[in-house]
Design a protein around this ligand. Structure first.
Ligand SMILES: [Zn+2]
Ligand SMILES: [Zn+2]
Length: 323
C-alpha cells in the first residue's frame, strides 16, 4: 500500500508504533542519550569528559551510558588495570548512527532559535563548512519528505514492540536568569529527542493530519498526544488549521521546519531496520520518486557531495549550545 496523497487509506493501527523508527527511538530518544552519542562522535570516551560536555547529573549519565551499552551502541572497555578504569567506545552498531546524528546537527544549525550558539560543521576532506544531506545511494539525488512515498508492509506474526520509556520531558526552571532563550532551547532539545514527539512527526511524514488518525497510527494516549501536538505547534514544527466549525476540528500540518526532520527520521529508521529487526527489515519502506527505487540513504557533504563517515567531520560537543 502506498500512501501520502491517498489519505482515504489510513495505515493500519499502530503502524508507526510497530516501525523500526520506533525501535530506534526506544534506544536513542532521550536528550541525554543523544548528547552522549554526539559527544562520542566528537571523540569523548570517559565518564568525566561526558559529564563536562553534556552537563548531565552523575546518576543520569551513568544510567544513560549503561542503557547505551546494554543496547549495543557503546562498548565499555577497560583502559587501566590498577585501579580498574573504563571508557565508552562506539560499537559498529553505534558508529552506524553517525548519519542520523550528523543530520540532526545540520537541522539544528538551520533551525535553532536566535541566541543559540551556532556550531558549524566542517568536512575535513574538502575543507568546507557544510550542511549534511541525505542522498539516495542509487540515483545520487537528495531524499526529502517531498520526493518520497511510503509502502506499508503487513508484518507476519505479532509485532513485538519495544517497551515504552517512562522518561518525561523536563520542565526547565522558570528562574533561569537568561530567561526565554535558554528555556526555549532546552525545551526544543527535549522535544526533538522525545520519542512521542518524533512518533507524532512520523505520522505527519506518512501524511496523517487528524488527531484520531495520528492517535491510531502511533498508539498514543490522548493526553500525551494533545500535549505533544501543542508543543510541536509552539516550536513551529506543525501548524494547526481548522477544518470544521461545528464541531470545531483541527488538522496538523508539518511546517518546513518539521518536514526538515524527515531525513533524520529516515536514517533512524534505516538504522532500526538494519540493527534491531534482524532478518526481516521493518514494516515501512520508503520509495524515492526520483528513481522509483526503495531508498537506501547515505549522508553526504552538501558542498562536495562525497559520502561522510565518522572522523571526517568535526562534530562539536553537546551542551555548549545550551549553556
Ligand atoms: Zn533515487
Ligand atoms: Zn565536502
Amino acid at each position: 500500500m502506498s500512501i501520502r496523497g491517498a489519505l482515504a487509506l489510513a495505515p493500519p493501527s499502530t503502524t508507526i508504533a510497530a516501525s523500526s523508527f520506533n525501535r530506534a527511538l526506544s534506544v536513542v530518544a532521550d536528550r541525554w542519550s543523544m548528547q552522549i552519542l554526539r559527544d562520542s562522535f566528537a571523540g569523548v570516551r570517559r565518564f568525566e569528559q561526558f559529564r563536562t560536555c553534556s552537563g548531565a547529573p552523575r546518576a543520569t549519565l551513568a544510567d544513560r551510558l549503561k542503557g547505551l551499552v546494554d543496547r549495543g551502541v557503546l562498548e565499555r572497555v577497560r583502559y587501566r588495570n590498577a585501579p580498574p578504569r573504563y571508557e565508552y567506545r562506539l560499537s559498529a552498531q553505534g558508529t552506524d548512527l553517525f548519519g542520523a546524528t550528523l543530520l540532526l546537527l545540520g537541522w539544528e544549525q538551520l533551525w535553532m532559535p536566535p541566541g543559540a550558539a551556532r556550531q558549524p560543521l566542517r568536512h575535513k576532506a574538502c575543507g568546507h563548512l557544510m550542511s549534511p544531506e541525505l542522498i539516495c545511494s542509487l540515483c545520487g539525488q537528495p531524499v526529502t519528505f517531498e520526493n518520497t512515498e511510503y509502502e506499508i508492509l503487513r508484518m507476519h506474526g505479532k509485532a513485538r514492540l519495544p517497551a515504552p520509556l517512562r522518561r518525561r520531558l523536563s520542565s526547565p526552571s522558570k528562574k533561569a536568569t537568561d530567561g526565554v532563550t535558554r528555556r526555549s532551547l532546552i525545551e526544543l532539545a527535549d522535544l526533538i529527542a522525545d520519542r512521542w514527539s518524533l512518533l507524532v512527526l512520523c505520522a505527519g511524514f506518512l501524511g496523517l493530519r487528524r488527531y484520531d488518525d495520528i492517535q491510531d497510527a502511533v498508539g498514543i494516549a490522548t493526553n500525551i498526544l494533545a500535549h505533544r501536538l501543542m508543543q510541536l505547534v509552539e516550536h513551529g514544527m506543525c501548524s494547526r488549521r481548522q477544518y470544521s466549525e461545528h464541531p470545531p476540528r483541527y488538522e496538523y500540518h508539518l511546517t518546513e521546519k518539521g518536514r526538515d526532520l524527515f531525513p533524520v527520521a529516515f536514517m533512524l529508521m534505516q538504522w532500526g531496520d538494519r540493527w534491531l529487526v534482524p532478518g526481516h527489515g521493518g514494516n515501512l519502506r520508503v520509495r524515492h520518486k526520483e528513481c522509483g527505487s526503495l531508498v537506501r540513504g547515505v549522508v553526504s557533504c552538501g558542498r562536495c557531495g562525497e559520502p561522510l563517515s565518522a572522523h571526517e567531520v568535526n562534530v562539536p560537543v553537546s551542551a555548549a549550545q545550551i549553556r
